[in-house]
Design a protein around this ligand. Structure first.
Ligand SMILES: Cc1cc2nc3c(=O)[nH]c(=O)nc-3n(C[C@H](O)[C@H](O)[C@H](O)COP(=O)(O)OP(=O)(O)OC[C@H]3O[C@@H](n4cnc5c(N)ncnc54)[C@H](O)[C@@H]3O)c2cc1C
Length: 447
């Protein structure tokens, strides 16, 4: 993390000493030194110490399996301490789309499992006593034009009637009761969606995994996995280990360690800024019900108030692969001010990014390939799903029937010539951003 002085950049949008690291890490408790010696042999090695890896570790360690979690960086360095802290059911494809592909029963089971994951994470957090500001604040999903609002209204009817999912439309003239913006054309409220502080949640999981007996070691990259007759030889930057089972939990940071998985996930940047502390009245006007919010733009925006309601955290996919927060920050600031003109003149205190994993079928995947267990591909909505599938993959390693999921037998698609480097993304993201902007301007000019 670097603290930047405002004078480094001419733009007036930067606060003095703004940081290019996650806002959530400001309150992240000190992480003790996990850099202990590697054991020679272990029951379970887990690669990656985010929500997937730690939830798996809690299961295996509590069942008495010696468990080692390794991360190439500090534990939690990946998306699990830098996300937007918004929790939904995480299933992107509609039931109709899933039915056409996998049949009605699987479609229903997958959609239900998304709902179950949302309930499960609440139980996990309260059952484990993790203090992370988890609250069922509800989501306002805003329509960026009138046509999208019509589609959302139909969706709400269908979701409630066919899937029992609570969702109701709020027309444009009532929108200010949900969100302090006039740019949208109404939206849907999902009252069950929730918010949390992602880094405090991560830290709680880390503590529970360590308390259960798991060993968590940072700055130890796994560089090779070789199958043997009794398990796997695991090569790391700190030495070799023999492991009976291996779980790969690397999501958007999956690379050539597991070439089969590398060819199946599409890494894509996601970006967030935090504002300086604001006047309470302003936050109350913009987020009167404290909802988390997102919109129907193809290149989605997601935003919310911070748990203390002092700042706005505004996120989006401004680019496919930009890695410099001093470049993504001004773009997000511009987009934020278009939605909330009252924030013009408000400065950025934090700007950061991370890499999420998309998949070609927009579904998360869990399974076993060449004897290696994995769960990944949360398509940018992994707070509940990574946690839930992490827990399930841990149960699978234990051979428990509870480890079964609706995702188990799904094919994990790739594309010919795709090698894990999404060369096709920058023009697609640029095109969708342009199209969203045109649709938005057109909707504005017809009002
Ligand atoms: C900016 C941003 C905003 C987001 N907002 C939301 C949101 O609001 N709601 C939501 O539901 N989801 C959101 N997400 C997505 C969510 O954060 C992720 O889906 C989730 O954290 C994935 O958890 P994970 O444990 O699978 O992976 P990660 O937390 O990314 O952990 C993977 C870890 O694997 C490690 N690793 C990789 N290769 C190796 C190796 N060879 N050896 C050792 N370690 C290795 C990495 O160092 C990394 O720490 C967001 C993501 C980003 C980046």
């Amino acid at each position: 993390m670097t603290v930047h002085s405002k004078n480094e950049r001419k733009s007036s949008i930067w606060a003095d000493n703004w940081k290019d690291s996650s806002y959530w890490l400001d309150g992240y408790p000190e992480v003790q030194d996990f850099s202990r010696q590697l054991p020679k042999a272990i029951d379970v090695v887990i690669v990656g110490s985010g929500y997937t890896g730690l939830n798996a570790a809690i299961e295996t360690a509590r069942a008495g399996r010696s468990t080692l979690v390794l991360d190439a960086q500090m534990p939690g360095w990946g998306c699990s301490t830098r996300n937007g802290g918004q929790i939904s059911t995480s299933i992107k494809p509609s039931r109709q789309k899933l039915s056409a592909k996998f049949g009605n029963k699987t479609a229903i089971d997958i959609r239900r499992e998304g709902e179950a994951a949302l309930d499960w994470i609440e139980e996990r957090i309260s059952g484990e006593g993790i203090e992370c500001d988890f609250r069922r604040v509800g989501r306002f999903h805003a329509a960026h034009n009138a046509q999208s609002y019509e589609l959302l209204t139909r969706d709400a009817e269908y979701l409630t009637r066919e899937e029992g999912i609570e969702a109701y439309p709020v027309p444009r003239h009532d929108q200010r009761s949900e969100l302090g913006s006039d740019v949208y054309h109404g939206g849907l409220v999902f009252p069950k969606h929730a918010a949390l502080d992602p880094a405090r949640y991560h830290h709680g999981l880390l503590k529970r995994a360590v308390d259960a007996g798991a060993n968590v070691i940072g700055h130890c990259a796994v560089t090779g996995l070789t199958k043997t007759s009794i398990g796997h030889d695991v090569t790391t930057t700190k030495g070799h280990i023999k492991a009976r089972d291996v779980i790969v939990a690397t999501n958007g940071y999956t690379e050539n360690l597991t070439p089969w998985l590398h060819r199946r996930v599409i890494p894509i940047g996601s970006y967030v800024i935090a504002t300086e502390p604001l006047e309470p009245d302003l936050v109350n006007r913009l987020f009167p019900k404290d909802r988390i919010a997102s919109d129907t733009c193809k290149v989605i925006y997601y935003y919310r108030a911070s748990p203390d309601r002092r700042r706005i955290l505004f996120g989006g996919r401004v680019s496919a692969g930009e890695t410099d927060p001093s470049v993504s920050g001004p773009r997000l600031h511009n987009d934020m001010c278009r939605i909330f003109p009252e924030l013009r003149g408000v400065r950025i205190s934090h700007s950061w990014m991370g890499t999420v994993a998309y998949t070609f079928d927009e579904l998360a995947h869990i399974g076993e390939q060449d004897g290696i267990h994995y769960a990944m591909g949360y398509c940018g909505s992994g707070v509940s799903m990574a946690s839930y599938l992490g827990m399930r993959v841990g149960q699978k390693v234990l051979g428990l029937k509870e480890g079964k999921t609706a995702f188990d037998d799904l094919p994990f698609p790739t594309r010919p010539l795709y090698n894990g480097k999404p060369w096709f993304l920058p023009p697609i993201v640029a095109w969708y951003r342009w199209r969203d902007r045109v649709q938005y301007e057109r909707a504005r000019s017809t009002n």
